[in-house]
Design a protein. Sequence first.
Length: 147
Amino acid sequence: MEWSEGLVDAAATEALGARLARTVPAGSVIFLQGDLGAGKTTLVRGFLRARGYRGAVKSPTYTLVEPYPLDDGITVHHLDLYRLGDPEELEWIGLRDLFSEDSICLIEWPERGAGSLPQPDMVVRLEIEGNSRRASITASPALQNKA
């Protein structure tokens, strides 16, 4: 399944994140692609808010991963691999332990972890278009099997 939509501002990007949160089941892996400033963390903020998380949502640029435990027992792991020097570094943070049936992993800059990451259930590509953004989303058939 593929679709694309324009995002006029940060609120629209958060709203897209919220819509995705209502459709993505536990055990999913979502790749977030786009240049710096394209809105990847803003989309994650909307995703987390829709899943009931009320705390601060920050970019994990320096920590590589931020876990967000939710009231329903699911943990959303937000990874930002921008500063990753080598995909082998992912083993040091216990990457394999993050992918489970009671988690959802949202991964920014997934190309930096090539060879160490599982196949995504969904890819969200955010592109800057002037003062707005365009989101292109591709969901794998496997995502429907997880629901």
